[in-house]
Design a protein around this ligand. Structure first.
Ligand code: AQP
Length: 335
């Protein structure tokens, strides 16, 4: 069976963007049953920017609980944290020698996160996409579901695979397909429809956190930026209305309906009517997840056990692929 790989960083505060752009899609793909699914809590990626150690531990367990609460079945899918399968860091080193400085320097995430002070950014932040290529290619994954913001990193993963195959004259790593699908591949800030909803935005009102209670959800949607026009008769008319379109996208994704379906129902509605509907829908869909997360978080030992079992299963796939890579590169296998 073809394999899917994807990951989320345990860097704290999960947003509706992470859920609709990534996790909800992971669950759908798992339930389709067409792929073997490998889902990873990428703790090695998280530390490319500073993480308080105790916070990182909590965030990793919380993220595991989020996966399970949202519908990832750790029996069906492989769920683990990246640091526990050493082959990720090992293959990343090989890819550090394959990828070029120029490729990394062109990554918009690097430019955004390092900002003007790139001299002070960690070397790991610069090399982030090489580790991501390793995550994916270590499982010979052919499909990678992600939000729209990860498109460029996935192109780099394809470049790494192609260059490795070319340099060593082999056809070993697959050229991975990004899977950027669904009604909300890019959830935008509630304060500014031209900016991605992000956990690092200084304004909490800009994002929906998975941990927000019903009152907070209602308040955030009520105050969400829109425009003075009512909802239009076709989705295409939202093209130049990013804030308005964002709320319709969120509505469609949460209700698992198409944009056209949603528009047909809400055509001509005023925002004062639509926003409470959206808030109710969000509470209905998100509160069971946050409730289940809390329940799971009460037993961290059980979470660690699940992750440990996942790491063993991941390692069984990854180790032979790493060994084969070493062999292709010319490392002497001495033990
Ligand atoms: N706003 C979003 N819309 C759609 N998908 C999103 N993803 C993140 N934000 C959105 C997707 O979530 C997955 C995990 O991403 P990550 O672990 O790299 O998280 P992130 O991108 O670091 O999250 P933030 O909130 O954007 O953090 P900062 O503020 O630090 O940059 C990926 O598939 C991603 O596409």
């Amino acid at each position: 069976t073809p394999r899917v790989f994807s990951g989320i960083q345990p860097s704290g505060r999960l947003t509706l963007g992470n859920y609709l752009g990534a996790l909800k899609r992971f669950v759908d793909i798992q339930n389709e049953g067409k792929y073997e699914c490998v889902y990873c809590l990428v703790d090695l990626h998280a530390i490319t920017v500073w993480q308080e150690p105790n916070k990182l531990r909590d965030n990793t367990r919380e993220l595991a609980a989020f996966f399970i609460a949202a519908g990832i079945d750790p029996e069906k899918s492989i769920l683990f944290n990246q640091s526990q399968v050493p082959a990720h860091a090992q293959l990343a080193w090989i890819f550090n020698t394959v990828a070029r400085m120029g490729w990394m320097g062109r990554m918009t995430q690097w430019k955004d996160k390092a900002g003007k002070n790139s001299e002070n950014a960690s070397l790991g932040l610069f090399a982030y996409p090489a580790l991501m290529a390793a995550d994916i290619l270590l499982y010979h994954a052919t499909h990678v579901p992600v939000g729209d913001d990860q498109k460029q990193h996935l192109e780099l993963t394809r470049d790494v695979a192609a260059k490795f195959n070319h340099d060593y004259g082999v056809d070993f790593f697959p050229i991975t397909e990004p899977v950027i699908k669904g009604p909300a591949t890019r959830v935008m800030s509630l304060r500014d429809g031209t900016k991605k909803m992000s956990k690092s935005d200084p304004s909490d009102m800009s994002r929906i956190n998975m941990s927000d209670d019903a009152d907070t959800l209602a308040q955030k949607f009520r105050k969400a930026r829109t425009d003075p026009e009512p909802l239009p008769g076709t989705y295409a008319e939202l093209k130049d209305r990013p804030s308005a379109r964002n709320l319709v996208d969120i509505f469609a994704a949460l209700s698992e309906r198409s944009h056209d379906d949603v528009i047909a129902e809400v055509e001509g509605m005023q925002w004062g009517t639509f926003k409470p509907l959206l808030a109710d829908l969000a509470v209905e869909k998100l509160s069971p997840i946050s409730g289940e997360m809390k329940r799971l978080m009460a037993d961290p030992a059980e979470i660690d056990r699940i992750l440990g079992r996942g790491a063993e299963r991941a390692d069984a796939i990854a180790s032979p692929i790493l060994q084969k890579t070493y062999d292709l590169v010319g490392m002497v296998s001495s033990r």
